[in-house]
Design a protein around this ligand. Structure first.
Ligand code: GSH
Length: 215
């Protein structure tokens, strides 16, 4: 199947989709959409026609365009079932999705570049206030994730010996945390999951630094 991913090297939402496609061994074409403040390609009419929300990622197949990284991950999982990225047990699936959603729905959105832009430019928040906002969001979310991780039986990844939605969402968020200089010492289980996942070739291939549009 022909797949085109509209992506930006440093977008953590696009990073999730790149990891999922790599884990499935699914080839795709990358179309870079620069979010850089001096480019803002995502705000141009040609990209708005692809993604009405003007955000990355978007994924195009022969006949469809999908937006929103979690909807795209679910589509990838249902279209290419192997290797499974969700546990087979229904309760474990719910726990895995909850872990992912804490990142995708609660941590990431309030530190999105457009939200930080509003804080800086419309509300007049100082650099230190914006930093504190970002750190607060991550600390609150990571504390919950660390507690949830501690409740899982010990294994290489959160739901067994292979990575899935949990690590696909966690690794880009840890990348963001390091970018914003968040102290990760209070989250040893999350750091261990990140380390185990990043050792895999699929995670390496999807890393921001390895994207064609990386500076
Ligand atoms: N919930 C969306 C979030 C997408 C999103 O916020 N993408 C960011 C990059 S990580 C973006 O395009 N930001 C540009 C903007 O907000 O103007 C998803 O999971 O796909």
């Amino acid at each position: 199947m022909d797949i085109t991913l509209y992506t930006y090297w440093r977008s953590s939402a696009a990073y999730r989709v790149r990891i999922a496609l790599a884990l499935k061994g699914q080839a795709y074409d990358s179309v870079p959409v620069s979010l850089a403040p001096d480019v803002l390609a995502h705000r141009q009419p040609d990209y708005q026609a692809i993604n009405p929300q003007m955000r990355v990622p978007s994924l195009k197949t022969g006949r469809d365009i999908f937006v929103q990284s979690m909807a795209i991950l679910e589509w990838i999982e249902e279209t290419f079932p192997e290797p499974a990225l969700l546990p087979s047990d229904l309760a474990e699936r719910a726990r895995c999705r909850a872990f992912a959603q804490i990142i995708v729905s609660d941590i990431h959105p309030i530190q999105n570049s457009s939200i930080l832009g509003i804080l800086r430019n419309e509300i007049g928040a100082s650099g230190e206030q914006v930093r504190s906002w970002i750190h607060g969001a991550m600390a609150h979310g990571f504390a919950a994730l660390e507690t949830m991780a501690a409740l899982q039986p010990t294994s290489t990844f959160l739901f067994g010996e292979t990575p899935g939605f949990a690590e696909i969402c966690l690794v880009p968020q840890i990348y963001n945390a390091r970018r914003f200089d968040v102290d990760l010492d209070p989250y040893p289980r999350l750091v261990a999951l990140d380390k185990a996942a990043c050792a895999l070739p699929a995670f390496e291939a999807a890393h921001p630094d390895n994207q064609p549009d990386a500076p």
